[in-house]
Design a protein around this ligand. Structure first.
Ligand SMILES: [Zn+2]
Length: 385
């Protein structure tokens, strides 16, 4: 069992972040942003090529310092602030490290497979004045629907599938705390749902049912614009559902534990994997940052054996292996408790999370898992991200 906490400095509380997203206003901004986005793609592809080539010659892949030196002077030619170029390099190196490959996917500026526009920036590159944001002097108008809070750290301009631009600004905000005591474990379902140990669940894969025929029709007729619109609509609905679900969880919990995705899960989900992957990582992010704002503990726990273990008596009496994946309900052969597969897993995840945080004595996790954790919670306060 392990626990993932992004930062565990016991002396200083880690900062909390909040992202504000504003739609960029007019058509001319769009054109200018597309130009900036294409320049970003150019930089990305350039460093991608350099990185790939360097890896052929040298086991140590090209460094940040060298990439900075190589892109020096490109700023004026590309009409891209040099700080933005540095941001692109930083992001590239992060992605490269995560991918453990010296070559990543190209960013495509034109055609059907073009990448969605993206222009990163830091707090030093932008100024915000009412509904006007200036990126190193270039002004863009925003539909500002809420005030920024806290200190601006970084952000980006990003395009959605419909070609609309958004300005996303990440702010550092003051960390809050909660004295709520409820613990929620969430099992990210193998097939259909995210199941909470305290009841509610999120149904997957129902976002596009009614749009499917429309989408198929538009694809048959080659109506690209409409296809894009429908895809964006589906993505919006999914995001909306994930927002609502995570909001509800964060609003009632003092601690949230999520299972990390196991290999059986990946085998089980097969073709639907890509979509579920995105949804679950989005959900995790939502839970994490919303939890962060609300002072709610969030952590991932190793979900190995959470399906097989009886949440009542801890015997490994549950469904096992590939054949076991189809079993939705089962009865523990040791203690006779009846289990719903996902709910049992969610209860185990909640228990594992509590144990990892040193919240012992949670032997019997009944249906309503609302244990008084206040005292131990304050002890584990520095475990909050
Ligand atoms: Zn049992």
């Amino acid at each position: 069992m392990f626990l993932v906490c992004s930062s565990m400095d016991p002396t200083a509380p880690a900062p909390a972040y909040k992202t504000f997203s504003f739609r960029v206003k007019d058509a001319t901004s769009g054109t200018r942003l597309v130009a900036l986005g294409n320049a970003v793609n150019f930089v990305w592809n350039f460093i991608n090529e350099v990185s790939a080539k360097s890896a052929q010659r040298d086991p140590r892949w090209i460094s940040k310092k060298d990439l900075r030196a190589l892109t020096k002077g490109a700023s004026r030619e590309l009409g891209l602030p040099s700080q933005v170029i540095q941001e692109v390099i930083d992001e590239y190196l992060d992605k490269r490290k995560a991918a453990r490959r010296p070559k990543l996917r190209w960013r495509v500026s034109r055609g059907a497979r073009r990448s969605l526009g993206w222009v990163p920036f830091t707090n030093q590159d932008i100024e915000i004045n009412g509904s006007i944001v200036s990126l190193r002097g270039q002004k863009f108008r925003l539909w500002q629907h809420r005030e920024l809070q806290g200190k601006i750290k970084s952000g980006n301009f990003a395009q959605d599938a419909r070609g609309r631009w958004y300005c996303n600004i990440v702010c550092e905000i003051e960390r809050t705390t909660t004295n709520r005591t409820a613990v929620t474990g969430i099992d990210l379902g193998h097939k259909t749902a995210a199941k909470c140990s305290d009841g509610p669940e999120l149904e997957q894969a129902t976002f596009d049912r009614d749009l499917e025929p429309k989408l198929a029709e538009a694809q048959r007729q080659g109506r690209r614009r409409q296809v894009q619109t429908i895809h964006a609509k589906i993505a919006n609905r999914r995001k909306d559902a994930l927002h609502k679900f995570s909001r509800a969880v964060v609003d009632r919990a003092g601690a949230i534990f999520v299972g990390n995705i196991s290999s059986t899960w990946q085998i089980a989900s097969g073709n639907a994997k890509a979509t579920l992957d995105v949804s679950w990582s989005t959900l995790r992010n939502f839970l994490e940052y919303k939890g962060d704002h609300a002072g709610v503990v969030f952590a991932e726990v190793n979900e190995a054996f959470t399906t097989q273990t009886c949440s009542g008596c801890h015997a490994l009496s549950g469904p096992k292996g590939r054949e076991g994946l189809a079993v939705r309900q089962w009865v523990c052969s040791e203690c006779g408790t009846e289990h719903d597969r996902d709910h049992n897993a969610a209860l185990n995840i909640a228990r594992l999370g509590c144990e990892t945080l040193g919240l012992k004595g949670l032997r019997s996790l009944g249906l309503g898992i609302t244990h008084a954790l206040a005292s131990s919670m304050s002890r584990s306060g520095d475990l909050k991200r």
